[in-house]
Ligand binder design. Structure first.
Ligand SMILES: Nc1ncnc2c1ncn2[C@@H]1O[C@H](COP(=O)(O)OP(=O)(O)O)[C@@H](O)[C@H]1O
Ligand SMILES: [Mg+2]
Length: 253
């Protein structure tokens, strides 16, 4: 079994064991407080440390001289590993890079960060956009120092109210003021084409594709949609590559 598969299994077991606090956020809640869910994210991200460091270097090389960056992560279709990658990158930047990171779940069709991080339901992006909840009440500290998370939220909104809206752009702008990295996990472009409208309020877009699975034509179409909407497409991350020789030997070559 692969190292990553083992880590994913370990992370799932840790999430199952940890008490999953159900939290309901209200306007009168106190300032951000830590939430559960640190251990399983650490277990998962430890597996991707090297890849995340490489990705961080690539992002910084593509966007030189910036003190703050909003980076949007998306994919052509679901299940490519977008959420797994963006959460691991956020953890690596916060722990190894010591940078303040805001991790935002903007996948209104299939939000995945709460489950991945073992977090109970609470307010988030759609509540800030849809019912004017104070961003500071929705943004949560996590047990990982420097890592803040804005979950998807509980207010039902349609895609066009979230993606490309001036409210979302202003939320991202506010997060950017206090976080050198704002990482946005979004829906897949083929499921929610409006995602592309969000790309212009990000400094860069990373497309996640699954090796040997994502259809090339679908990936090209996704790239065209993103670029057509004015996205600064930084590159494609090829997830779940298979190694014909053992991975530890490959890494030494
Ligand atoms: N590099 C990887 N190796 C093995 N499994 C992975 C990897 N990346 C993601 N997965 C698994 O693939 C599934 C989909 O991942 P997820 O991050 O939710 O995708 P998406 O956000 O693109 O829908 C999850 O079960 C996740 O654990
Ligand atoms: Mg996802």
């Amino acid at each position: 079994m692969s190292r990553i598969h083992d880590a994913l299994e370990r992370a799932r077991r840790e999430r199952a064991k940890s008490p999953n606090r159900a939290e309901t956020e209200t306007e009168s809640s106190p300032a951000p407080k830590p939430v559960e869910g640190g251990a399983s994210l650490a277990t998962l991200a430890d597996c991707f440390t090297q890849e995340c460091e490489t990705l961080r270097s690539a992002i910084e090389a593509a966007l030189p001289g910036r003190a703050q960056r909003v980076i949007m992560f998306t994919s052509a279709v679901r299940g490519e590993g977008c959420t797994t990658l963006v959460a691991s990158l956020a953890y690596t930047l916060a722990t190894r890079g010591g940078m303040r990171v805001a991790l935002v779940d903007a996948n209104i069709k299939a939000p995945g960060l709460a489950a991945l991080m073992g977090l109970g339901p609470h307010a988030g992006l759609t509540d800030v956009i849809g019912r004017d909840l104070d961003l500071n009440l929705a943004l949560r500290a996590t047990p990982t120092p420097n890592l803040h998370v804005l979950l998807c939220g509980n207010t039902p909104l349609i895609s066009s109210e979230v993606f490309g809206s001036s409210r979302t752009a202003s939320v991202l702008q506010s997060l950017k003021e206090h976080h050198p990295y704002v990482l946005l996990d979004t829906s897949a472009v083929m499921s929610v084409p409006e995602v592309a409208m969000q790309a212009t309020s990000a400094d860069g877009v990373v497309l996640v594709a699954r090796a040997n699975k994502t259809d090339r034509a679908v990936l090209q179409k996704t790239r065209d949609i993103l670029q057509g909407s004015g996205a600064n497409l930084l590159g494609v991350v090829l997830n779940r590559r298979r190694f014909v020789i053992p991975e530890f030997i490959y890494r030494r070559l």
